[in-house]
Design a protein around this ligand. Structure first.
Ligand code: GLY
Length: 384
């Protein structure tokens, strides 16, 4: 069985990255299809939605920083355009972020982070513990100092995917709400996918945007180097009587683990996230919930008063260098949009633009070239 109308582009995976790729592709006039049993599900339903180019800067990630900043700079116009196209508010808040230290070791570490941010030309301000508590009175009395980064914002990823699905539908993207089973190849060129019900979906170009599952499609003659990195996340509710509980995102490294608290406009408080490498497992564990609550409680003792409304785990797609894989592969007709690891929500605008450029010209924009999948050399051939 084969689909009657062939597509220019078929996108495998309807998460944030697949949807933004499809939306931008359709805007270029390309006949575009998305294959996903539940578009908008997956990691977008779990992610906290921090747009944290400054506070998530790590040593050795200067090239990625440039891409993160480019995407952060596009966010205001991206939000305006998508709000219009999707008819939904996206929960975008330019609220800033406060990273705090709980003891002398944390403070020394945070001072080094501050120096790195300054060397990288990023705006952040060192505050004493007292100044941190003046900004955020719910902080623990023992906080020893902190970094204020007013350029790190947030968006609600659940609203974001909802709007992207609507924007895609309005732009003419066709949705196939089922799994893709296998890549179709003709003479060493990707030319579509076979769906779970046996339908053959022919396309000029195939984009793998299935997050950590991107490499699992049967029939791939190249390996797609992504692995799942599990993150457990909690959602609490801030009753009106407690508002404003926090004005901005508050985060810290506690016993070597990142913990962050993201207060939404709608009264939700998102607490994340674990980082676990143990395969395709999305079980919420007692240990994960305990560690998040314990660490968050050290920062903000008052969280114990709040209703805990949801616990969930998602899978970040990690690549060998934890930077994204964007654009054409060595296999003609096959492109990737995956591997965004901790930065999928932040990198959404720049990924959509870069993929539309690649799908229409065959090339990546200059600033995205370092993230070509080809940087891993000839992707090793794998047995089909
Ligand atoms: N960017 C936040 C996380 O991956 O946990």
């Amino acid at each position: 069985m084969s689909s009657k109308v062939p597509s220019d582009v078929v996108v495998v995976g309807g998460g944030i990255i697949g949807l933004v790729t499809a939306w931008r592709s359709a805007q270029q006039g390309l006949r575009t299809a998305v294959v996903d049993p539940a578009p908008g599900g997956g990691a977008a339903q779990v992610a906290a939605g921090m747009l944290a180019a400054v506070t998530e800067l790590h040593y050795g990630e200067e090239t990625l920083l440039a891409l993160n900043l480019a995407s952060a700079a596009r966010y205001p116009s991206f939000v305006a355009e998508l709000t219009e196209a999707g008819g939904e508010q996206l929960g975008y808040r330019s609220c800033g972020t406060l990273s705090v230290a709980l003891d002398a070791d944390d403070r020394a570490h945070l001072r080094e982070v501050h120096a790195l941010q300054q060397r990288s030309g990023l705006a952040s301000e060192w505050l004493s513990g007292r100044e941190c508590r003046r900004l955020e009175p719910m902080l623990a009395p023992g906080v020893r100092g902190g970094l204020r980064a007013d350029d790190d914002h947030q968006i609600d990823p659940r609203q974001l995917v909802k709007a992207l699905v609507i924007a895609c539908e309005r732009a003419g993207v066709r949705f196939h709400r089922q799994w893709a089973d296998r890549l179709l190849l003709v003479r060493d060129r990707a030319c579509g996918v076979v769906l779970a019900d046996g339908t053959e979906l022919a396309a000029e170009q195939v984009v793998l945007a299935g997050g950590s599952h991107s490499g699992l499609l049967a029939g791939l003659p190249v390996s797609v180097p992504v692995r799942p990195v599990k993150g457990q996340v909690l959602r609490l509710r801030i009753p009106p009587a407690y508002a404003p509980f926090l004005q901005r995102t508050v985060r810290a490294v506690v016993r070597g683990s990142d913990v962050y608290l993201v207060p939404r406009e709608n009264g939700e408080l998102v607490i994340g996230a674990t980082s676990e490498e143990q395969g395709y497992d999305t079980t919420v564990t007692a240990g994960g919930v305990y560690e998040l609550l314990r660490d968050a409680h050290e920062l903000i003792p008052g969280i114990t008063e709040l209703p805990l409304v949801e616990t969930r785990a998602g899978l970040r797609p990690g690549s060998p260098d934890n930077a994204p894989l964007i654009g054409p592969t060595q296999l003609p007709g096959l492109l990737l949009a995956t591997g965004h690891h901790r930065n999928g929500v932040l990198l959404t605008p720049v990924t959509g633009d870069a993929m539309a450029h690649a799908l229409t010209t065959g090339e990546l924009p200059q600033d995205v070239r370092p993230f070509s999948p080809k940087r891993f050399g000839a992707l090793q051939e794998q047995a089909v």
